[in-house]
Design a protein around this ligand. Sequence first.
Ligand SMILES: Nc1ncnc2c1ncn2[C@@H]1O[C@H](COP(=O)(O)OP(=O)(O)OP(=O)(O)O)[C@@H](O)[C@H]1O
Ligand SMILES: [Mg+2]
Length: 519
Amino acid sequence: MASKIKIFVSYAHRDESLLKKLKMHLKPLLRQGLIDLWYDRNISAGADWEREIDKHLETAQIILLLVSPDFIDSDYCHGIEVRRAKERHERGDAIIIPTILRPIKWQWLLGDFQALPTSTKPVRLWRNQDEAFLDVANGIQRVVDKLIARRSVSLSPPKPTDSQREASVEPEYTQSRRQRITYAAVWPTIYEYDAAFRDASTTVYDADVKAGKLSYDSRPLRLNLGSKYVSVYKMSDWVVKCFFTNILINDLTIAPPPDIRERYQAINDYISQHRPQLPFLVPQIWVEKGIKIDGQGWPFIKSKFIQAPTLGVFLADRHQESFVNATLAKQWLEMINTLEALNMAHGDLNITNVLVCDTFPNLTLRLVDFDSMYVPTLEGRTLYELGDEHFQPIQPGVRRFNNEMDRFSALVIYLSLIALDEDTQLWDRCKANEDTKLLLGSDDFRDLGNSAASKLLRAKRSNRELQQCLDELERSILEQRMPRSLADVLQVRQSVRQAPHDDTSMELPINLPIQDPPS
Ligand SMILES: Nc1ncnc2c1ncn2[C@@H]1O[C@H](COP(=O)(O)OP(=O)(O)OP(=O)(O)O)[C@@H](O)[C@H]1O
Ligand SMILES: [Mg+2]
């Protein structure tokens, strides 16, 4: 079994009772052998405690800071451990998770990090502390999942298939990893971007973004968490995406695809040719000279900020209304059919890249994040993203960079929506949540026959559409292939919607404007 994710806990001794409660909520992860939790009570009698602490702090992949007035007041926790933790976080060696136990103004010290509970309301102020700790444990689990997924990508290249072996062709992922290493040092680091955005009035060239205010008062500095090579900031009405070079724990360096500029050019050209059919794509504008770092202008991508929840957040809140699920399922099918008909694929459909706009019954879906998008003019390019494991085939090599890339995710999302329409309780029973998975996830795909969630869905025998989707999912996994298109599975006609759209964001130039800096 792979080694456990090491978690170091920095806390004030007055908060020990709360730490014990948190530990109880982490029991499932401990029992599964996924994590190893270390805090100073684990030091055996007679050991050199300072050295022991150092040793564990230096090797942990996650550093939990249990924040309270006593924690901030403690010279050791706040002084030594936080400083060291920040250094390791900045080098990309560890991830800091501040966990807010008791009220204190913590943002000035730790505002750059994604804190828990998700709402950042201190655990002590929750009416039900178990709920608070459950939220914290879920947040930790998400980071653990990401680290495990990252490890499986970086340490275990997929085995070549027979035909690849015969033809001596390297599997696609291995090739792309090599290229990433070669092109590694091309972009600034994430910390250079963080610093530059804090000082936007002097660093940003783009007039819209320069006029914006960086939003991070009580929230993390970035909109995204733990990304491989993109950093996303909100500047008033704009969302800005930057590409960075990432140095990983095992000295592996990851950078964006070397042809990222060309890809966005091709994507935006293609979208602009088919703009009336694609009102659901939030325009992503490439700004060639976006921000100054180290005396040089760097590109970024800007998109109008859409004030709307992600599909995950929306469903977590509204899944109990079966009409809402039915409306979303219909929209989803239309959107996927349109992409299919235009021979394109978003490439990373999940519950965070889909936004739910407007109000029922006029709900509309929008897609953001085109980093993995396929359009026909990009045929033959390399696949760079494995995608979100809860929305992608588990077998390596099944997902290839082509117009079929969305089929697995489209099916998983669609079947979740129609199943929720049938029985809203499936949300809880299948352990769906707002930012990781819907009704089925990677554990289910690995063993669909024994998956409890799959059995619950199979029990809805009279729902023909749902059973057709499950049949296709099962067969595609068994046969190690992409599922057929949703239209084929459901035997519906693939029609392209030509609806004009009244969205103001569509007035933006969708092509790549190369913007000069204001003089
Ligand atoms: N224009 C926008 N309006 C509103 N929210 C947005 C917009 N663009 C992005 N977001 C939000 O920010 C999140 C991160 O952006 P994006 O998906 O582009 O980054 P990412 O490449 O997926 O980063 P990561 O790999 O860390 O998830 C999205 O999941 C979405 O919730
Ligand atoms: Mg995304």
